[in-house]
Design a protein around this ligand. Structure first.
Ligand code: NDP
Length: 348
């Protein structure tokens, strides 16, 4: 059985979802009430691969909302309690979605294996970042040519280059795709220098320096809501893959020659009978989902009950290829610009 741990995008959205699901006390509750609310297993689902294999899964709402990010103890408790619920529910492999994997890593929750009487078994969990990174790399490779961007001549800025997903995307784009130049953007200098040394190239630039030069921009950082981007300073055409969370770039820059795609989102080959993606504002919530969630499904389809994506900056090209091949085999495709042809299995 696979599991997905997610959360609402805001307290307001969580309250309206609570009303729909029949929890009126939460619909009216303030942040303090939500802080003490336990995780909920809200939905079970069964899905069938293109190969014909059917698997069962469950969605667990951690009852975390981004407004809790500054409350360290609450955020920590929310993630660990949701993991405990997943394990106690007998789920073999669960993806940590949205902010939950970032909280797990940044708050070093590896040290917190014992939750009451439950010793968390790490092999039951995955961040899903290997599949997310592979999907984002695919979104670059498939969609840039449709805009007339020749990747072998192109400059690709990766904002959040030193992160878990960003560093994997950089490895793929430099070693597999062969882009002309990577522009590496993050705030801390040392990890950027380490990444540059590992890649054997790439130019370290500030966000402001990189954007006007980039034919493609991959955003894999959670950026401040207040960030403003000079749309006029961007190249035309410019492909932007909005892989951060929340996904808000289309409202900031899309238009003219700037094309924004929601990054790290996949579409399944047939409808999934669930409600959960409606709240994630997917264009087609019956079929579209976060690639990190899809990773748990893929590991279940493949019988790989292991923490496939774990820790930071451990994602290998071999594992991206493995999960990418499974993704295509079981009927997922990355979302992109309209009418972009999809790869065949042999292309992976
Ligand atoms: P990490 O924490 O590993 O990496 C974040 C990266 O962003 C680091 O390179 C960090 O470097 C950089 N960064 C953070 N803030 C800024 C800033 N203001 N300006 C420039 N760089 C910045 O995160 P992950 O790789 O795990 O995830 C990256 C993003 O992808 C997150 O927003 C996450 O929510 C999202 N995500 C999306 C998924 C999907 O859509 N399917 C699935 C999983 C994650 P530094 O601190 O040095 O600036």
């Amino acid at each position: 059985m696979f599991g997905l741990i997610g959360h609402s995008t805001s307290l307001e959205q969580a309250r309206s979802k609570a009303l729909e699901l029949g929890f009126p006390e939460y619909a009216e509750g303030d942040l303090d009430l939500w802080c003490v609310a336990p995780p909920q297993l809200v939905e079970t689902v069964s899905i069938t691969s293109r190969t014909g294999k059917t698997i069962e899964g469950a969605y667990i709402d951690s009852v975390f909302v981004p407004e809790m990010l500054s409350r360290f103890k609450t955020a920590r408790r929310k993630v660990l309690n949701a993991m405990e619920l997943a394990q106690k529910s007998g789920i073999d492999i669960t993806a940590l979605g949205g902010f939950t994997s970032i909280i797990f890593e940044n708050f070093n929750l590896l040290k917190s294996q014992q939750i009451r009487s439950t010793a968390l078994e790490w092999e039951r969990f995955t961040t899903g970042n290997t599949h997310t990174a592979w999907v984002i790399a695919q979104q670059v490779e498939l969609n840039a040519p449709a805009l007339g961007i020749d990747l072998s001549q192109a400059k690709v800025a990766v904002v959040g280059a030193t992160g878990d997903i960003g560093s994997a995307v950089c490895r793929w784009l430099s070693q597999k795709t062969g882009v002309a130049e990577l522009l590496l953007v993050a705030r801390q200098p040392q990890p950027l220098l380490d990444l540059q040394a590992e890649l054997g190239g790439g130019r370290i630039l500030s966000l402001e320096e990189s954007l006007p030069q980039a034919d493609v921009v991959v955003w894999v950082a959670s950026l401040p809501q207040g960030l403003s981007i000079e749309a006029d300073s961007l190249r035309s055409p410019c492909l932007m893959i909005d892989g951060g969370y929340p996904k808000n770039l289309d409202t900031k820059v899309a238009g003219g020659g700037v094309h924004v795609i929601k990054g790290g989102i996949v579409e399944f080959w047939q409808d999934i009978g669930w409600q959960m993606m409606e709240v994630a504002e997917m264009d087609n919530p019956r079929r579209q989902l976060f690639a990190c969630f899809a990773e748990a499904m893929l590991l279940e389809f493949e019988g790989l009950h292991t923490n496939f994506s774990w820790g930071r900056n451990n994602i290998t090209l071999a594992n991206m290829e493995l999960i990418g091949a499974a993704s295509l085999r079981h009927g997922f495709r990355s979302i992109g610009l309209n009418q972009v042809p999809q790869p065949q299995l042999a292309a992976v």
